[in-house]
Design a protein around this ligand. Structure first.
Ligand code: FPP
Length: 253
């Protein structure tokens, strides 16, 4: 209760107030970058940065749920991250397991529906089981949809979609003329979800890094020098406010 009151004071505080003209993006995507540097600055192992990053993730998920964001997609492990030292890869696998195990309790009362986007190839049986458990458990939740992109790559996702479509053509289920943007979208991991309107990348890097490359075609990009473990609710609100100042033309004038 105390947390709720503090939150309300914060949310309705001067800098966090959304005016009537401002609106929330329907779908926010975040590249959770800077964990390693956060840890290095403190003389800690990189994995300590990831652990702190997972705490930040929980805070931001709760905040998104409370303010009414409908979809949040976070980049937790890319198809390229396999090239990191085995100890770091193993730690990230363990962290996801832990996250999924605790998600129920941690996000209790927030009505969050959890999906994991990405290829299940190379994931351990144990991890796959934990993923399907949490997806099943939260499937009927009606609040925020949290997509954890894990073993995810945008190009890999598109290659998969092309394979599925080619198979459908081969099986005679569709004709080549039926292939259009909407069909491709339906074959992506995000099928049925709106495209992200706002993509946030902390830590000073200004790249999209193979994240939701099809879905983010028209998204507004927001960068910050803050490292992900230091990312706070006020930074998210700043991004939303800046998003509202952008004039989105979708190729028009
Ligand atoms: C990029 O920062 C971050 C990652 C590769 C992992 C992101 C994971 C978390 C935030 C923890 C939550 C994860 C799960 C599994 C729920 P980096 O390591 O590249 O940082 P650097 O650029 O400073 O080295």
């Amino acid at each position: 209760m105390e947390e709720l009151i503090l939150f309300r004071i914060d949310w309705f505080g001067k800098n966090n107030l959304l005016s009537k003209k401002e609106r929330l993006p329907g779908h926010i995507a975040i590249i959770m970058d800077g964990n390693g540097r956060w840890a290095q600055k403190r003389g800690l192992p990189r994995t300590a940065g990831h652990r702190e990053g997972a705490r930040t993730l929980n805070r931001i998920v709760k905040y998104c749920s409370t303010i009414g964001i409908k979809y949040l997609t976070v980049y937790a492990f890319s198809t390229e991250n396999w090239s990191r030292p085995k100890s770091e890869v193993d730690a990230l696998m363990e962290l996801l397991k832990e996250y999924l195990d605790k998600a129920d309790k941690e996000l209790e009362g927030h009505d969050v529906k959890i999906n994991v986007l990405g290829s299940s190839e190379r994931l351990s049986e144990d991890l796959k089981k934990k993923i399907s458990n949490v997806v099943e458990k939260t499937a009927n939740n009606k609040g925020l949809v949290l997509n954890v992109a894990f073993n995810y790559g945008g190009r890999d996702e598109i290659v998969n979609a092309v394979r599925k479509i080619a198979q459908d053509v081969k099986n005679g289920n569709i004709k080549i003329q039926d292939i259009n943007e909407s069909l491709v979208s339906k074959k992506l991991y995000t099928a049925g979800m709106p495209d992200p309107e706002l993509v946030i990348r902390p830590s000073g890097e200004k790249r999209i890094s193979n994240f939701l490359i099809w879905q983010s075609s028209y998204a507004e990009l927001w960068y910050s020098n803050v490292l992900w473990p230091d990312f706070k609710e006020k930074h998210l609100m700043q991004a939303i406010k800046d998003f509202n100042k952008r004039h989105r033309r979708f190729g028009g004038i």
